[in-house]
Design a protein around this ligand. Structure first.
Ligand code: CS2
Length: 495
């Protein structure tokens, strides 16, 4: 049968909800009675599979004043797909045993920041909004190599000069905070959900720096009056494919232009520090704790660190997805060695159970139904590796340990980035450092010089006393990768 003729005609939307098959539930709350309580910045697949799914359950339980207004900071694609669907979309949870579909109704409205910055500022300043959450990815924090705010970044320069038409999270947040303060509206709590260590503290430090540049008194207000709880978020969410859209729409009997697929696992650990109220998240499995840092560190170092290793080594070995790469015996053994190297860097007195954690990661990475592309994870390595790999390697070296396995990951990042232009067409990933890296790869100098220059540009290990040792070990792996390829490199490291 022609796929087109099988595609459902009607679009998922409020008025077609009653057409859902019996076995499938739409939102169990009356969407018309829900009011917004959260603005979310970074309306990507991750948010829709994680936070929005939990808020959906809060709304179902009667906490109807926590609806979400989502904002994309760049592309209109999500808004364009979801507006005709009244913000409804399908969440497909997949594992070896099948696929479970739920229609999520927590998203009330979608905005596209660059199209209408004033509309987003107005939403953020709305007194009903008590929490602003963020999944904007590492690079949107605009950190300089030193870790401070990159004051020379053209968007920061722009936002300081044009506070009413911002482009960055800092510009939007300060504009809204200033407006609320002027109108005597209590400030919102700012909850970062990005994969950064101590993401709340990091956001606070950078936002205070930006606000202070705008106005010293505003800087002091942000510093003293706004709560920035840290949080650790975890759910693996591959980018949606056309095949997902077709399969899910067919099962739904309604066309869904942008469903999300994910795994059964979901974890959210949040520092309980909210000044303007919060949903009763703990009723739905969210862990509310006093200190989130140990959880965050374990997740970044074991899950995300292994993910980056699997992404770059996998791409070099020709594996398109995580489960394929993780089934490669060399990569699998390497990842377990990487975990063994990283575990001693974790706090031992925080009640973590790294052995159980890696056991569950093994199962999650093996999920064959989750087509999580290695190229997706490979994006933005220069922004991700510092907290996933470099900090771990430096901690190991400082403690007199070995970081030999960890050092292979940045080497594989550089080898994959270099190969991308030549022999690895499937490796379509990008990095904010792409232009700089291309210049380095195409320029003169030994491989050692190139690795040195790339690490310098990325700011890895800047100022650390073990930097030279780490660079040596990355450079040695890089040479082996270039000369002998990924299989022999892994065999050598594992020998
Ligand atoms: C991944 C993460 O793309 C990546 O860099 O490592 O998105 C990862 O899937 C999530 O952090 C899992 O919670």
């Amino acid at each position: 049968m022609d796929d087109r003729s099988a595609a459902p005609e009607k679009r998922l939307s409020n008025r077609h909800l009653e057409m859902l098959p019996n076995a499938m539930s739409g939102p169990s709350f009356d969407r018309h009675t829900v009011t917004p309580g959260i603005v979310h910045l970074g309306l990507g697949a991750f948010h829709r599979a994680h936070q929005a799914a939990i808020i959906d359950r809060c709304l179902s339980s009667g906490e109807t004043d926590w609806g979400i207004i989502g904002a994309s900071l760049r592309s209109p694609a999500t808004r364009d797909a979801l507006d005709p669907q009244d913000g409804l979309y399908t969440l497909a949870v997949v594992d070896g045993s099948g696929e479970r579909l739920t229609v999520i109704g927590a998203l009330l409205r979608s905005l596209v920041a660059p199209e209408d910055p004033a509309a987003l500022i107005a939403c953020l300043a709305d007194p009903r909004i008590r929490i602003v959450t963020l999944t904007v990815t590492e690079k949107a924090y605009l950190r300089a190599a030193s870790g401070g705010l990159d004051l020379d970044h053209p968007d920061i320069v722009h936002d300081l000069a044009a506070p009413e038409s911002p482009r960055t999270i800092y510009g939007f947040l300060t504009a809204a905070i200033a407006r609320r303060q002027a109108a005597d509206i209590a400030p919102f709590t700012l909850l970062s959900c990005d994969n950064l260590p101590e993401n709340g503290k990091t956001l606070k430090r950078l936002l205070v720096a930006f606000a202070t540049r705008r106005d010293a008194a505003l800087g002091r207000f942000v510093d003293s009056a706004i709560a920035f709880p840290s949080s650790m978020v975890d759910r693996i969410v591959p980018a949606t494919t056309d095949a997902d859209r077709d399969r899910i729409s067919a099962r739904l009997g309604l066309q869904d232009a942008w469903p999300v697929t994910t795994e059964p696992f979901l974890q959210w650990v949040i520092e309980d520090n909210f000044t303007a109220g919060r949903p009763q998240w703990e009723r739905f499995g969210v862990e509310m704790v006093a200190h989130v840092a140990p959880f965050e560190e374990m997740k970044l170092r074991l899950l995300n660190g292994a993910h980056s290793a699997i992404a770059y080594l996998g791409l070099l070995a020709g594996h398109a997805t995580v489960s394929e790469a993780f089934a490669d015996p060399l990569i699998r053994r390497f990842v377990s060695r990487l975990w063994a190297e990283a575990i001693p860097s974790l706090p031992s007195d925080a009640g973590l159970d790294p052995a159980a954690y890696v056991a569950s990661l093994t199962e999650r990475f093996d999920n064959p139904a989750l087509k999580h592309r290695t190229a997706q994870i490979a994006n933005d390595g220069s922004q991700k590796l510092p907290q996933r790999i470099i900090a771990v390697a430096l901690a190991r070296l400082a403690a007199g340990g070995s970081a030999d396995h960890l050092a292979l990951v940045p080497a594989a990042w550089l080898a994959a980035a270099k190969a991308r232009n030549a022999g690895l067409p499937a490796a379509g990933f990008t990095d904010p450092l792409d232009e700089v890296l291309a210049e380095i790869f195409d320029g003169a100098g030994s491989s050692r010089d190139k690795v040195e220059a790339a690490i310098e540009a990325a700011g890895f290990a800047a100022g650390d006393r073990n930097r030279a040792r780490l660079v040596d070990s990355i450079a040695a792996h890089y040479e082996t990768l270039l000369q002998h390829g990924v299989t022999m490199t892994l065999e050598k490291v594992l020998a």
